[in-house]
Design a protein around this ligand. Sequence first.
Ligand code: NAD
Ligand code: WQD
Length: 339
Amino acid sequence: MNILVTGGLGYIGSHTCIKLIEAGYTPIILDNLYNSKKSVLNRIATITGKMPIFYQGDIRDTVYLTTLFSQHPIQAVIHFAGLKAVGESVKNPLDYYEVNVQGSIALAQIMRQHQVKTIIFSSSATVYGEKNPVPYFEHYPTGNITNPYGWSKFMVEQCLIDMQKADPEWSVVLLRYFNPVGAHPSGLIGEDPQGIPNNLMPYISQVAIGKREYVSVFGDDYPTKDGTGVRDYVHVEDLALGHVAALKKHDQAGVHIYNLGNGVAKSVLDVIQAYHQACQRVIPYKIEARRPGDLPAFWADVTKAKQELNWQAHHTLSDMVQDSWNWQQKNPHGYPDEE
Ligand code: NAD
Ligand code: WQD
């Protein structure tokens, strides 16, 4: 079964391609390399023994998409491609709406033209906004979001929901990821942020390896157990398997929405402490001001994915930090351009 994986060379996409191959699927990767390197392909091949088919192209390029769909029979699309930096989206909102929203519409239109009516979309816990109580359930209202990145996910969800309403043959799966971290246990693939990492785990990794001096802890006066922000960290390996589980919805038309998280709440200081234990190095940190737009605490209710997809996360925070550290040590400068 051929699965088109947009953004398949990125962090979550590359881990998912490995799980797809291991489950007997054939991923066909479309990626414009905006935030990834071609050398990821070799790493996937080393791990799985199979070199995935790769197209270097843009989801907004409908001519290119048409060619791709004409060359391969495709049964379903897993749609990761997009921009994901919250702060950058505040500065350049139009870029985010263009790539994330316009790009998803272009993709869905070409899918419709080729009668491919199953899409699994990378959404985010950010769509729950700032008014919902925790933990988040899938039936909660979405909206009240604090940044254009989050709104772009909200808008794509709405486009896909309306599209399915108009043509009930579609199967639309919206996966709302919580905080993906960790890396493949081989240390061959992992998260490779360009420049200063925006997210906590890669930042801690770079402090641990000596690339950065200390972790800035954004606020210690939240109403949480130790005052620092609380999140639901989920191992990227578990997350990747969530996509394989979601593919089972292929023949079930409708809109299916799932939280993919651990259902476990951890603070910033919990993560720093766990990382310290994994790497046996001091992780210096300084308490600083809150980061604008951050919520104090959120985590997932994960019952629905467990009941309907038979999926649940198994890796602990200790597994996550160990695999992050393993990846960081083996790839202190991230992926090479070519390999
Ligand atoms: P990533 O940046 O590592 O991967 C995205 C991939 O898409 C990259 O390889 C990039 O080159 C590619 N891409 C970007 N624009 C493209 C375009 N116009 N055409 C084709 N390819 C394009 O990001 P990730 O962390 O793997 O995230 C994957 C998806 O999951 C994104 O949609 C992201 O918004 C969503 N998501 C991520 C997180 C997270 O914390 N990582 C959380 C929730 C949701
Ligand atoms: C986690 C916690 C920070 C960095 C973002 C997006 C979300 C999703 C995942 C894409 C918070 C604190 C962080 C640092 C810190 N991405 N922190 N020092 O903000 O929960 O989620 O990434 O879809 O949509 O909003 O993740 O890793 O940035 O932060 O203290 O240097 O760590 O305040 O409490 P976040 P994060």
